[in-house]
Design a protein around this ligand. Structure first.
Ligand SMILES: Nc1ncnc2c1ncn2[C@@H]1O[C@H](COP(=O)(O)OP(=O)(O)OP(=O)(O)O)[C@@H](O)[C@H]1O
Ligand SMILES: [Mg+2]
Length: 247
C-alpha cells in the first residue's frame, strides 16, 4: 500500500469550560489514503466536528501529530492549510464572499491555486461545475448575498473543490438546506468526488447518504474511534446505529 495522504497520531483535545474539561478527542489515530471517502458517523457531541477542525487547523489539539504528505503540519495555521484542505460545513456564509459576485468568487478560488497541478490537470473543471449547477448559470454577475442558502452552498462547494487539491472535508454540509436542494447537491458532490478521485471525509447524520457516498466508515463515540471498516461491512443500518449510540 502507498503512504497515507494524511496521518493523525494520538490526537487529544479537551475543551476547558469554566474549569470543567470536556473531552472531545481521545487518543485518535488515523491514516487516510488518496481516494478514501470516509463516512464519519457518531451521535451528537461524539467529536466529529472536533476531528474535522483539528485536521483543518481551526482547533489546536492538546497533544498529538498531524502529518500531511509526509510533512508535519501540526503547528501550521488554518490559513496555510486551507490551500490543501477545503472544509464545507453547515454555516453557509463561511464558504463564500458575500459582497463579491459569483464569478469573482470563482476566480478568487481559482487564483489561489494558480499553477497547482490540480488546476493544470483539470483546466475545464470550473466551467464544467458551473454548468452542472443550473442555479448559477445565469447569475455569474450577481453578488453572492443575493443567492439563497442552497445556491450559496452549491457555490461554496464548487469553490472548495476548485481550491482544494488534497482533501475535502464535508461537515453536515446540507443541514441548512431543504430536501430537494440537499438531494441535488449531494448527487452533484458525489459525482464530482468520484470523477476526480477526491479524498473526502463526510460527516452526516443521514445514514443512507453516508453509506451511499463513503468507501470507508469510521464510527466515533465519546471522542474515540470505535470502528474503522470498509463500508461494505455494513449492509445493515441498525448495526451502525447500535455501535454509534451504545459504543
Ligand atoms: N468550542 C467548544 N467549546 C467547548 N466545548 C466544545 C466546543 N466544541 C465542542 N465542544 C464539546 O466537545 C464535544 C464534541 O463536540 P463536537 O462538536 O466535536 O461533536 P460532534 O460529533 O460534531 O457533534 P454534532 O453531531 O452535534 O455536530 C461536545 O461535548 C461539545 O460540547
Ligand atoms: Mg458537529
Amino acid at each position: 500500500m502507498s503512504d497515507p495522504l494524511l496521518k493523525l497520531i494520538d490526537i487529544n483535545k479537551k475543551y476547558n469550560i469554566t474549569g470543567f474539561k470536556i473531552p472531545a478527542l481521545d487518543e485518535v489515530s488515523l491514516e487516510i489514503y488518496q481516494g478514501d471517502r470516509i463516512f464519519l458517523y457518531g451521535q451528537n457531541g461524539s467529536g466529529k466536528s472536533s476531528l474535522i477542525n483539528v485536521i483543518n487547523g481551526l482547533v489546536k489539539p492538546d497533544s498529538g501529530k498531524i502529518i500531511l504528505n509526509g510533512k508535519n503540519i501540526t503547528d501550521q495555521s488554518s490559513y496555510r492549510r486551507a490551500e490543501k484542505i477545503a472544509t464545507i460545513n453547515q454555516k453557509i456564509e463561511k464558504g463564500t464572499f458575500s459582497h463579491l459576485t459569483v464569478e469573482e468568487n470563482i476566480i478568487l478560488a481559482k487564483n489561489r491555486t494558480r499553477g497547482r497541478k490540480f488546476i493544470r490537470r483539470k483546466p475545464a473543471l470550473s466551467n464544467k461545475i458551473v454548468k452542472s449547477l443550473p442555479w448559477l448559470n445565469n447569475r455569474l454577475n450577481q453578488k453572492v448575498l443575493s443567492l439563497s442558502g442552497g445556491e450559496r452552498q452549491g457555490l461554496a462547494i464548487l469553490m472548495g473543490i476548485i481550491e482544494n487539491s488534497e482533501i475535502l472535508l464535508l461537515d453536515e454540509f446540507t443541514q441548512a438546506l431543504d430536501f430537494r436542494v440537499s438531494e441535488a447537491l449531494i448527487k452533484l458532490v458525489h459525482k464530482i468526488i468520484i470523477q476526480n478521485n477526491m479524498t473526502t471525509i463526510i460527516v452526516t447524520h443521514n445514514l443512507e447518504v453516508g453509506l451511499r457516498m463513503g468507501t470507508r466508515i469510521i464510527i466515533q463515540h465519546s471522542g474515540k474511534i470505535i470502528d474503522d471498516e470498509p463500508i461494505t461491512k455494513y449492509i445493515n443500518k441498525n448495526d451502525v446505529k447500535r455501535l454509534a449510540f451504545y459504543g
